[in-house]
Ligand binder design. Sequence first.
Ligand code: COA
Length: 195
Amino acid sequence: MTTYHIRAAGEEDVEAVLALRRHAEDWLREAGIEQWTKSAYGARVIKGWIGAGSTFVVSTDQGEIVASLSLDAGDPDFWTPEELKEPALYLYKFIIRSDHRGSGLGDILLDWSGYRSEMAGALWLRLDCWRDNKGLHKYYLDRGFHYLTTRTHPTRMSGALFERSAELRLATSSAATLIDHTFGGAEFPGGAARN
Ligand SMILES: CC(C)(COP(=O)(O)OP(=O)(O)OC[C@H]1O[C@@H](n2cnc3c(N)ncnc32)[C@H](O)[C@@H]1OP(=O)(O)O)[C@@H](O)C(=O)NCCC(=O)NCCS
């Protein structure tokens, strides 16, 4: 059983989150997937998200950052004003380093994102993703997300819209445990509090 720790990202994490992004871009390129491989992407953007308090990093017991995600408001390039008024939180830049994928960590992080959404008063966990990437769509469909629609944007390739109920909890793997340092070091989901 691997224990992971999740906490809000700080300025000191910019380099680590940027390295995760580069790692994901390399993996996607090697897999022949166009997603994320054509746009320049800077530390400044990541710094902005981290400064806004919407990015979270996941580390091992040894303190090595191996995953990150952001939860924020919806992107008005893809969601209508009416949709943006609905009680939802939006998942962005969900990345797990390759050597920690397939371990059940992804499912736990999606459940945790739903939990955070509920805590924020949301009924839905939503995301927009690369509109032509069927493999990625399958990933979310297999994890309880419903496909809503695809919206195009002249300069962006995202726009496939998905949502799932914020209260959904699907993780079954006992291979990974998540300690939630945004919530006093409690084990997610449930369990005794740890520090
Ligand atoms: C998405 C992610 C966090 C999920 O991690 P995980 O829960 O451990 O799941 P896995 O990495 O084992 O992926 C499960 C399946 O989805 C596929 N998949 C994951 N990301 C994909 C992508 N961007 N494009 C196409 N397929 C993808 C994997 O290849 C795998 O397929 P397989 O079952 O046929 O082997 C991780 O795969 C990742 O970091 N991907 C790259 C970045 C990314 O695309 N993030 C999502 C942005 S919306």
